[in-house]
Design a protein around this ligand. Structure first.
Ligand SMILES: Cc1cc2nc3c(=O)[nH]c(=O)nc-3n(C[C@H](O)[C@H](O)[C@H](O)COP(=O)(O)O)c2cc1C
Length: 215
């Protein structure tokens, strides 16, 4: 059994979302020591570019086109990211809100893994997308300064829900910490630490959910 931790803050040890993710993972390790945990730190990883070669390669099968070698290479790099995601039985995603939405590196990641005929399909009769990956538990750990979850300006949580749902991953749980901006390091520490019990409780609930079972 494996857990992929996707993390999307550049702030290293000063990241509030990473601190809560670490509290969550400490509890996961305590409860399930054999779980294989890997981290994909999106600000510390050279994600493949999604430029002309990838964008043309994306629709080549739909347009009946043969990919050039460069397009094929770009596409293989995209598929490698999808394979890594799909190999995980469980997913933890920790991210701050940036400008009411998600940090650009996380958007880059979704631009890589959201691919027609690979992670989602489209039913022209129903005019609806459907997911092509198996459902599995996802824990979201979200931080933000001022925007409450459910606020009209919250484009972070709705986007993440929709993006996972498009791929068929619907078993989402959310831990959101807001008002994280405090004037002193001590106040920031104390405030974010006050969410750690919730992170540990979330870990226990997360492990109780069945992992990656086919629909
Ligand atoms: C570039 C940038 C944009 C931000 N935009 C918002 C925002 O739109 N709304 C908000 O409530 N907080 C915003 N914040 C605050 C962060 O979401 C908040 O400080 C969060 O706790 C940081 O998490 P981290 O320490 O894991 O990076 C922004 C922070 C940065 C650096």
């Amino acid at each position: 059994m494996s857990l992929l931790h996707i993390h999307a803050s550049p702030k290293g040890a000063r990241s509030a979302s990473l601190r809560l993710a670490d509290a969550f993972l400490d509890e996961v390790r305590r409860l399930e020591p054999d779980l294989e945990i890997t981290r994909l730190d999106l600000f510390d990883t050279d994600l493949p570019e999604f430029g002309a070669d990838s964008a043309i390669a994306k629709f080549a099968p739909l347009f009946g086109e043969t990919r050039t070698p460069a397009q094929e290479a770009a596409w293989e790099a995209v598929l490698a990211q999808i394979e890594r995601l799909d190999a995980a039985d469980r997913i933890l995603l920790s991210t701050p809100m940036w400008n009411y939405s998600i940090p650009y590196r996380l958007k880059h990641y979704f631009d890589l893994v959201l691919q027609p005929r690979v992670t989602f399909g489209y039913d022209p009769q129903k005019m609806l997308h459907y997911g092509m990956l198996r459902n599995r538990p996802v824990q979201l750990i979200l931080t933000r300064s001022s925007v409450l979850p459910g606020d009209f300006a919250d484009f972070q949580l709705p986007y993440l829900k929709f993006a996972f749902d498009m791929m068929g991953i619907r078993d989402l749980s959310v831990l959101a910490a807001w008002r994280t901006t405090r004037p002193t390091p001590e106040a920031r520490e104390d405030y974010i630490a006050s969410f750690e019990p919730q992170a540990r409780d979330a870990a226990a609930a997360f492990l109780a959910r069945p992992a990656g079972k086919p629909d």
